[in-house]
Design a protein around this ligand. Structure first.
Ligand SMILES: Nc1ncnc2c1ncn2[C@@H]1O[C@H](COP(=O)(O)OP(=O)(O)OP(=O)(O)O)[C@@H](O)[C@H]1O
Ligand SMILES: [Mg+2]
Length: 330
């Protein structure tokens, strides 16, 4: 049996803008089991980052969690005190971001930043932290850790900086690592190395990873389970095999169809027409209906709930409603 590490239910997050208050994430349910990699995938603007920042309670000032529960190790994180949350952030949940160069401070050496991170979270001396930093750098596959300790971020490659960010994120031995597009800023070979590293660390440290990406290739490579997000909602979720072999939601089907294949070099690439709606102009009914090739009359009128689609998977689509299927059969 799987053991749940994190359970998010009915999470809604809204932003105050000049035009009013609008939800960027609406009624999201997600679970992550211990030792599992959950990929959150969806086009730009679908709410992936807002969902993860809500979980970490690191939203910008204009953002607010309007409702929901975030259960982590027996506590609802939305009910714990600020101080306690910052301890959880430092010790149990860590996060790495898209652009490692931006996340590191250019005026300090990598070593002093890593030592600082270690000393915030662990009661250790400077020299103890130095040794631990070297160990962590080796752990994340850095061949000459002493040299890297004395280097400034701009002296290192993007891939190297991301390894250092990962080392920092691991400095507190988190149970959950949230990685928001951790390889998007890196070139393809380095991207593969970083993803391999994350997998290796998951296996060795038995941590869970919430990996955010818009790249289904990354999902296929990394995920145990997938949640497909669109316009602030989870549209489909399930284990990675079922989702790729037998996607039920037209949005997931479209995303999968848009993956380029080597053998279609001369064919035109498929893409879903249109774009993700902005938060102040969400369509009525199913949010994907204006772009959906299979949309029926009900779809633009009434929003579907999540329907079980077999094997523990679920899809937010009227065509997955058992009543719909009966209607089609009859
Ligand atoms: N500070 C903000 N103020 C107003 N709206 C915001 C703010 N941050 C995000 N949004 C809106 O919330 C929605 C979700 O944004 P989010 O950044 O979570 O998307 P994403 O799925 O992470 O996209 P990407 O793949 O580009 O990173 C978008 O419509 C975005 O414009
Ligand atoms: Mg994002």
């Amino acid at each position: 049996m799987n053991h749940i590490l994190l359970r998010i239910s009915n999470l809604s997050t809204e932003f105050k803008t000049e035009k009013g208050v609008f939800p960027a994430v609406s009624g999201v349910d997600l679970t992550i089991n211990k030792g599992e990699i959950l990929c959150i995938v969806g086009e730009s603007g679908s709410g992936k980052t807002v969902a993860s920042l809500s979980l970490m309670q690191l939203l910008p000032a204009s953002g607010k969690i309007a409702s929901g529960e975030i259960w982590f190790e027996g506590r609802d994180l939305l009910k714990v005190k600020k101080k306690e949350m910052s301890q959880i952030r430092g010790k149990a949940i860590s996060m790495i971001f898209q652009d490692p160069m931006m996340a590191l401070d250019p005026v300090y050496t990598c070593g002093s930043q890593l030592i600082e991170a270690l000393r915030i979270h662990n009661k250790i001396s400077r020299s103890g932290a130095f040794d631990k930093a070297l160990e962590l750098l080796k752990h994340v596959g850095i061949a000459h850790p002493e040299r890297v300790m004395h280097a400034y971020p701009h002296e290192l490659s993007g891939g190297m900086c991301q390894r250092i960010m990962i080392a920092m994120a691991l400095s507190c031995s988190p149970r959950l690592l949230i990685a928001d597009e951790p390889t998007t800023a890196l070139d393809v070979t380095v991207q593969a190395q970083i993803l391999d590293l994350l997998k290796k660390l998951r296996d060795e440290m038995h941590m869970s990873i919430m990996l955010i990406t818009h790249d289904l290739g990354v999902v296929a490579e990394m995920a145990d389970r997938v949640a497909v997000m669109y316009a602030g909602k989870v549209m489909e979720e399930g284990d990675v095999r079922s989702i790729f072999r037998n996607p039920q939601h037209p949005y997931t089907q479209g995303l999968i169809r848009s993956i380029p294949h080597l053998d279609q070099a001369n064919e035109k690439l498929y893409s879903i027409s249109g774009a993700v709606p902005s938060i102040n102009s969400m369509p009525e009914g199913c949010r994907f209906s204006p772009r959906c090739p299979d949309a029926a009359e009900i779809c633009s009128r009434q929003e579907p709930q999540m329907f079980p689609t077999g094997g523990g998977c679920r899809a937010r689509c009227w065509k997955s409603d058992p009543a719909w299927k009966e209607g089609e059969a009859g």
